[in-house]
Design a protein around this ligand. Structure first.
Ligand SMILES: Nc1ncnc2c1ncn2[C@@H]1O[C@H](COP(=O)(O)OP(=O)(O)OP(=O)(O)O)[C@@H](O)[C@H]1O
Ligand SMILES: [Mg+2]
Length: 522
């Protein structure tokens, strides 16, 4: 626990950071005690990552001072930060996929130098992992690892460099509930050792459970630092957003628009990247004007299922029919043209091209069709710029300029960009089906509320929605029917009004439900 005599592990005073068009940090004071887990909360774009990037030497502050363990420091690069014992697990991992765990962990470390000392490094990694209560195979390649394991590799990179101040930027966003619990026990062990941990998250329950103190940022300013055990979730949310947040969304009963499914999947099989059968004999239907939720622990085959439906992954067997057209193993282009909007799991690598501008990202996939293109070849730039600005405004995006690269957007604003683009309608294309994969992952409470509202609105106007989420609350709140997936197979389909959380939880763990027939569920 934090001792009062020790100077704070981190003290940041009057930090200012201006990006072109955005004052990201406006005189921020931030303090982390030695041996505490300190939560950093704030809406998307509040400045959390920027503040931590300054502490880690990625960005230089325009003004302000930093003290580490009571000593004033000048952090010009991550190298300086590492020397001071600061480690950062970034929001988006920076691992080399084709390399092994040990190669990634020691990359750039002089200590282990050449191939000869690989054995030693492996031993050290296994040791470190067991000290903090987790397991990892040092010889595994990164691409073979789950998101949880990749997170540990990033942690190991920091630990082997002897970090005693650890920054974790939304570490649980990509983890399963089980992995999250494991991570928390690892973090608690680190705290017992006297390490200081800065924990960024949008999941307020987690912050309440794990953190000793919480600092809330709003639009680049500190709103306050509180003991999370002494405030309610609603209060925390209000501090973040500056207004009351609806944790529940109103949903009218579904109107039956058509008896013809907009999406029909039959006997589908598909392989994962690792070459194992990830989707096994899946059959399901989504009707216009309904939300079919797919509940399941992340990594149960639902991501692959979404990819097959949107044409991003090959079907080994079975059929996908959209709006009456057999699209099995056709192309993402054809599926897009049928009016399918895809909100992918990965906003950075699949959903957007980070180095292209906001306007380019906004018309990706649309750019081949009028009115975005004239005479089939020339981009209609005036129209496009107008469109990008209008859509950004409609979705309340926070950005500096449509000419800025997409990577300058915060997580929540990137998600808004994808929604703006995927749901945009043109004379030749109306949205008929939305495939949404973990659509509120990494989003703040306000943005989450917004995305959920958009999905309901689309459903109300007759769009079919396939909603993949590991958040049971979200599934129950939004879905008309719920299909539960476990290990690539559908365990059963339940009407939302008949669903209870325990039953779904059991099915997520592999218990079969006598499948309610699709007809009856109508
Ligand atoms: N390199 C950059 N260039 C220009 N603007 C930037 C850059 N990095 C961040 N910004 C802007 O600074 C503001 C703060 O962004 P930051 O990434 O720190 O937010 P965040 O609190 O981490 O949000 P999220 O929860 O979505 O990750 C945002 O408005 C963002 O668009
Ligand atoms: Mg961030």
């Amino acid at each position: 626990m934090a001792s009062e005599e020790k100077p704070p592990a981190v003290l940041m005073k009057g930090i200012v950071k201006q990006f072109p068009g955005v004052l990201a940090l406006d005189h921020v004071d931030f303090e982390v005690k030695a041996g505490e887990i300190h939560g950093l909360l704030g809406e998307n774009g509040a400045g959390k990552t920027t503040l931590m990037s300054i502490l880690y030497g990625v960005y230089k502050a325009d003004a302000g001072e930093i003290y580490i363990h009571g000593r004033k420091v000048n952090i010009r690069s991550p190298k300086d930060a590492i020397k001071l014992g600061i480690g950062m697990v970034p929001q988006h991992f920076k691992l080399v996929m084709a390399h092994t765990v040990v190669e990634n962990v020691i990359l750039g470390l002089k200590e282990f130098g050449m191939v000869l000392r690989m054995k030693e490094a492996e031993k050290k990694i296994v040791e470190l992992a067991s000290t903090y209560g987790f397991k990892i195979n040092p010889k595994a390649k990164i691409w073979q690892l789950s998101m949880g394991e990749r997170q540990y590799v990033e942690l190991l990179k920091a630990l082997i460099r002897k970090a005693n101040i650890l920054i974790l930027d939304e570490p649980t966003t990509v983890l399963t509930p089980q992995e999250t619990r494991e991570l928390f026990s690892t973090l608690k062990r680190m705290r017992e050792e006297g390490k200081s941990i800065i924990f960024i998250s949008h999941k307020l329950e987690e912050v309440k459970e794990l953190c000793d103190r919480v600092t809330v940022l709003r639009k680049g300013r500190v709103v306050g630092t509180v003991d999370p055990k002494k405030v309610s979730l609603a209060d925390l949310a209000k501090m973040m957003v500056g207004r009351e947040v609806l944790f529940r969304i109103k949903k009218e009963p579904r109107k039956v628009v058509s008896e013809e499914p907009i999406l029909k999947v039959k006997g589908l099989y598909a392989l994962s990247d690792k070459g194992v059968m990830a989707v096994k004999n899946v059959s399901l239907e989504v009707y216009p004007g309904e939300i079919l939720g797919i509940a399941g622990i992340a990594g149960s085959g639902q991501e692959e299922l979404a990819e097959v439906i949107t044409g991003m992954r090959k079907a080994e067997k079975g059929k996908v029919v959209i709006a009456g057209v057999d699209v099995t193993n056709t192309s993402p282009k054809k599926i897009f043209e049928l009016g399918v909007a895809y909100i992918p799991e990965s906003r950075i690598y699949v959903g957007t091209a980070p180095n292209l501008t906001i306007w380019e990202n906004m018309i990706m996939r649309h750019h081949r069709y009028p009115p975005f293109v004239k005479n089939k070849i020339v981009l209609n730039l005036p129209y496009i710029f107008e469109f990008a600005k209008k859509r950004a405004k409609e979705l309340n995006m926070m950005y500096s300029s449509i000419f800025a690269p997409a990577r300058t957007l915060s997580g929540g604003n990137l998600q808004r960009l994808i929604l703006a683009r995927e749901l945009a309608e043109t004379p030749g294309r109306k949205t008929r089906l939305i495939v949404a994969v973990y659509p509120t992952r990494g989003l703040d409470v306000g943005a989450t509320e917004y995305v959920r509202k958009v999905l309901i609105e689309q459903r109300n106007r007759g769009v079919g929605v396939l909603l993949i989420s590991e958040d049971l609350e979200e599934i129950l709140m939004l879905s008309d029917r719920i299909a539960v997936i476990h290990n690539g197979e559908i365990m059963g389909v339940v009407k939302a009004e008949e669903a209870n959380i325990e039953e779904i939880g059991l099915m997520m763990g592999g218990a079969l439900r006598k499948t309610v027939s699709e007809k009856k569920a109508q």
